[in-house]
Design a protein around this ligand. Structure first.
Ligand SMILES: Nc1ncnc2c1ncn2[C@@H]1O[C@H](COP(=O)(O)OP(=O)(O)OP(=O)(O)O)[C@@H](O)[C@H]1O
Ligand SMILES: O=C(O)[C@@H](O)C(=O)CO
Length: 421
């Protein structure tokens, strides 16, 4: 193994796995921290996906170090800590504490923090994160229920999370190339260890940042920071030249879509599927809580409809409806009820012959993949930036498209399934 990736959520892991696969690496994604280095498969890169974005920082640190040890034990030469392209975190963590702990474990004095992902509109300029044309703090991320992002200055945001000095390497340095960029990181850490925010507006900037870290033990960032890493291994003679994409064979069978994300992107995708005549079943968390809506109701409805044309089961709702359900049931309880129901529906779908499943939302995907008994995913072709088709390597025999809430074009659902025909 060349590269080991520690990802703080499931769909974020799939995002970085796709980035590496597109750059010609053989990539495997594990669901959860592997029991041991021996449990890891043969691959150029292994992405360990966790659910460590919003849990207590100490727990996120423990899990990340365990993943790091397993990856190093399996031979990883470099570790990438992958987090969200919108830098989802709070003053308590978890980006700062995990990065700091990994620096100590790997014995490095400097590293980068760069969430830029230009293909999805995330860019960093003078240390400030933009989502499309908006500063992070003006974007919908300002109202995220768990990690509201109300400061766009990432130097400030990260410095509140860690005792390690946080610096900045700006785009004017990065435009001078990898050697100048590397020197800038080194000089920031001349006196004391330093994590430097890296500016990146274009993919070219991310490639320079990647090259500047050739041979270094640790990087941190969004999936964009992985863009230049396969070429480093190639230049070192460790990775084959980029070949044709590997063929992807989705098992033949029925198709379905499960949406538990309520993001603006997913709301648009549900509306688009409805406008195209996809048959839908809408879930109401209050009805689930009252016992009026069970997985059997959904499965009885879906049974005669399942086939080559997809059905869509969704809890996706406008913010006011989500708030009303949360006020009645509690935020976590409402989320857990919906996740559990969708996970049981996924199990029922698998038993009914569904082999091509699209899932929207990171938490939702985690619940579904867990219920299907999948612990490893092979990475297939890109559907939209940051979202690939994947193949379950164990558990249910299934092709899975696990979509981050905010990702994907409006026609994502139908486009994803049409790709497999
Ligand atoms: N109608 C609803 N009312 C209340 N909670 C809901 C409703 N629909 C879904 N949820 C819960 O909201 C959460 C959505 O999180 P999820 O991670 O799946 O989507 P996301 O946050 O849009 O995606 P990502 O994490 O990839 O950005 C889940 O816990 C889900 O069960
Ligand atoms: O980086 C992103 O935006 C995604 O991969 C993600 O982590 C969403 O949860």
């Amino acid at each position: 193994m060349l590269l080991g990736v520690i990802a703080d959520d499931l769909t974020g892991a799939t995002d970085v796995a796709l980035m590496l696969a597109r750059e010609g690496m053989r990539v495997v994604q594990t669901v959860g921290v592997p029991a041991s280095a021996q449990a890891l498969p043969e691959a150029d890169a292994v992405v360990v996906s966790m659910k460590s974005r919003t849990n207590p920082a100490a727990e996120a640190v423990d899990w990340s170090l365990a993943a790091c040890d397993a990856l190093l034990g399996a031979g990883a030469r470099q570790i990438l800590f992958k987090y969200c392209s919108t830098f989802d975190s709070t003053d308590a963590g978890n980006i700062g504490p995990v990065a700091e702990a990994l620096m100590k474990r790997l014995g490095v004095g400097w590293t980068v923090a760069c969430p830029a992902f230009p293909a999805n509109g995330r860019s960093v300029y003078q240390g400030h994160l933009f989502v499309g044309a908006q500063l992070l703090s003006d974007s919908p991320m300002k109202d995220h229920p768990l990690t509201p992002m109300r400061d766009s200055n990432l130097v400030r945001v990260l410095q509140r999370q860690t005792a390690v000095k946080v610096g900045l390497v700006t785009v004017s340095t990065i435009e001078q190339g990898a050697a100048a960029t590397r020197k800038a990181f080194e000089s920031l850490a001349a006196e004391a260890p330093c994590i430097a925010i890296g500016d990146a507006i274009l993919d070219a900037h991310l490639r320079v940042l990647g090259e500047a870290f050739a041979g270094e033990k640790l990087l941190t960032g969004g999936s964009g920071i992985a863009l230049g890493l396969p070429d480093n291994f190639r230049r070192a003679g460790l990775l084959e030249p980029k070949g044709a994409p590997r063929p992807f064979h989705a098992p033949a069978g029925k198709t379905a879509i499960l949406a538990g994300s309520c993001s603006a992107a997913t709301r648009g995708q549900v509306a688009d599927a409805v406008s195209k005549g996809v048959e839908t079943f809408a879930l109401d968390p209050v009805a689930i809580a009252a016992g009026r809506l069970t997985p059997d109701h959904v499965l009885d409805w879906a049974g005669p409809r399942l086939g080559a044309r997809p059905v869509l089961v969704y809890s996706t709702a406008e913010p006011e409806a989500v708030k009303a359900a949360q006020d009645k049931l509690g935020r976590d309880a409402a989320g857990a009820l919906v996740e559990r129901l969708l996970a049981e529906v996924a199990q029922g779908f698998a038993a009914a012959g569904v082999t091509r499943l699209v899932v929207a939302g990171g938490e939702t995907s985690g619940a579904v993949v867990g219920a299907l008994g999948v612990s490893m995913l092979e990475i297939g072709p890109e559907i939209d930036p940051g979202v690939p088709w994947t193949l379950a390597a164990d558990g249910a025999s299934m092709a899975l498209a696990l979509k981050s809430g905010n990702f994907g074009a409006p026609d994502f659902f139908t486009k994803a399934l049409a790709m497999l025909d």
